[in-house]
Write a new protein. Structure first.
Length: 562
């Protein structure tokens, strides 16, 4: 049990509260207390404070009533010691828990469409999904990383038409995503002045659905090329999916679902022969299949939901998909519940996120205004290189290159995580690479800075400098740091309540900020008293460890030097 949980339990026991029910928060600065507990009823807090103060407790020094709050003061030197010892002992597993032990979480994320470059919208899904996967794992869940590949739809009729008419095999093989995207964009452009193109594309789509040999071969080729390209990016981001789910595998099963629905009135056939899902839970009805038997995205998605529930029997099933698809998921879940394949055993959730905007505009592949993820990362690494050269001119070019990669990739990943998930984010280079605050480079730099302090201390005072097992502090700023470290396990656990990794970003930025203000006032290495200096070194080592661990949960790497 973490020290944080022990403190909580101590209070819960004495207040006769159910285990885990008490909310302990770090209060705003002006409040006199280390933690605040909100009890709601201002008439009772006085009495409860007296109850706490009447007992000798292990971690809690005293409690003060303040309206509906209890302000708790901790036994500071005890906590200081125990927390540093705890972090030392647990090391890089600090923050892990076992609440998800024996449970399975299926996380669907990234889910790009084939024959299009992965754009920054899919980037957001990819990085949020990977961060959540890591956090669920840290909490003991067995995690299945699933990538739902958009490999079906009328757009492939268009693409095949464009490829056959204007495409060049060698050029596509060389640079598949850009070429295929250009072909698609060209189709859209030419179709504006030529009505017959849409019709021709529809015919191809229909034939593809009927498994026409030539078209199927082309389409599979596009898919293979696409997966290869996607995996280059996943490699750069250090992401490995356990599974690809192909949307195209669910065409037949979607038809079965529609058949079933027609049987019990969930699906109706219109006069023209279109299959429509009826209104459910007050949500608008929608088309599942056209009159010529062409299934729609939602029908295939429903079948894929059913299929995966049967295959994986997950306890938690998360869809990390942009908020423009919120209605889609509501409709899908309502249908699946009515149909009976979605039940209480699985908690299914759409985890929506806002768009990524560039200069205030949304990107569109169709209009050719999308920025590919590959280019974005390239640019970020380049810009980080300039930053590193300026910050660390003494490093070798190889070291500079290696660090630029870590920083450049980290900056892109972190900047799509740090804001609240549901907000639209505006990508801004100056902010993403701001070494002074609120960015991956800021946290990475803080980490590397601490490493260099420790290294210097070892050089000046010998290998044994970090060590010992009684730790002391002098200033409130040191205790504040320990308090922030103390709550880390709770912060990690709260991520899965909201499925919001940015909670970790907010936490880490505060930790780094507390460290930097401590370090501005206090020279660790010049501390005269041996034990105080050793304690401070252990303190900053703990900060570094938590920064590294927190960033690791977000899939952001740290350089040892910077
Ligand atoms: N491929 C879709 C798109 O890019 C996202 C798929 C999301 N997942 C799902 N099960 N519908 O818009």
């Amino acid at each position: 049990m973490y020290i944080f949980d022990s403190i909580k339990k101590e209070l819960e026991d004495i207040l006769n509260k159910e285990a885990g029910s008490l909310k302990l928060e770090i209060p705003p600065e002006h409040v006199d207390g280390d933690f605040a507990v909100s009890l709601g009823d201002p008439n009772k807090t006085k009495e409860l404070a007296e109850k706490i103060n009447g007992k000798e407790l292990e971690f809690v020094e005293n409690a003060k009533a303040a309206g509906p709050f209890l302000n708790i003061t901790l036994k500071k030197s005890k906590i200081y010691n125990e927390v540093i010892k705890e972090v030392k002992k647990i090391g890089e597993d600090y923050g892990n828990s076992s609440s998800g032990k024996g449970k399975k979480a299926l996380i669907e994320y990234s889910s790009p469409n084939i024959a299009k470059p992965i754009g920054v919208g899919h980037l957001r899904s990819t990085v949020i999904g990977e961060a959540l996967a890591r956090v669920y794992e840290a909490l003991g869940f067995t995690v299945i990383r699933d990538n739902f590949l958009g490999d079906w739809g009328t757009q492939f009729g268009k693409l095949i038409y464009a490829y056959k008419k204007w495409g060049d095999k060698d050029r596509v093989a060389k640079n598949p995503m850009e070429e295929l995207k250009d072909l698609y964009v060209r189709f859209e452009k030419e179709a504006q002045n030529n009505d017959s193109l849409e019709e021709k594309a529809r015919e191809i789509s229909k034939k593809l659905e009927e498994k026409d040999k030539e078209f199927e071969k082309l389409w599979k080729e596009f898919r293979n090329l696409s997966i290869k390209e996607f995996e280059k990016i996943y490699d750069v981001l250090n992401i490995k999916f356990d599974h690809y789910t192909f949307e195209s595998n669910f065409v037949q099963k979607a038809k079965e679902i529609i058949e079933d629905g027609l049987g019990d009135g969930r699906v109706k056939e219109t006069e023209t022969g279109t299959a429509v899902a009826v209104e459910m839970d007050g949500l608008p009805s929608y088309v599942l299949m056209t009159q010529n038997g062409y299934t729609l995205y939602i029908a295939r998605d429903l079948a894929a939901l059913k299929g995966r529930l049967e295959e994986y029997k997950p306890d938690v099933f998360l869809y990390i998909v942009g908020n423009e698809q919120t209605l889609h998921f509501k409709q899908m879940f309502a249908f699946a519940k009515k149909a009976g394949y979605l039940n209480k055993k699985t908690e299914v959730k759409h985890v929506p996120f806002g768009m990524v905007l560039f200069g205030g505009k949304k990107m569109s592949t169709r209009k050719g205004t999308a920025v590919s993820l590959e280019k974005l990362i390239e640019e970020s690494v380049k810009r980080s290189g300039e930053l590193i050269k300026q910050k660390s001119p003494d490093l070798t070019p190889e070291e500079q290159d290696k660090i630029s990669k870590i920083v450049g990739i980290g900056a892109v990943v972190y900047s799509s995580l740090r804001q609240s998930r549901e907000k639209n984010i505006v990508f801004d280079w100056d902010k993403a690479l701001d070494i002074e605050s609120a960015s991956a480079p800021y946290l990475q730099y803080t980490y590397a800075r601490i490493n260099s302090i420790i290294k210097k201390a070892k050089e000046s005072f010998g290998e044994s400098e970090v060590g010992g097992n009684h730790f002391e502090f002098e200033n409130e700023s040191e205790f504040e740091l320990v308090k922030q470290i103390l709550i880390f396990p709770k912060v990690v656990r709260s991520v899965i309540i909201f499925n919001s990794p940015h909670i970790i970003c907010t936490y880490l930025e505060k930790l780094a900020h507390l460290f930097n203000s401590f370090y501005n006032d206090t020279s660790v290495i010049k501390t005269k008293d041996d034990n105080l200096r050793r304690s401070r070194l252990e303190l900053v080592a703990s900060v570094a460890l938590v920064i590294k661990k927190g960033l690791n949960l977000l899939n952001v790497d740290v350089p040892e030097r910077m």
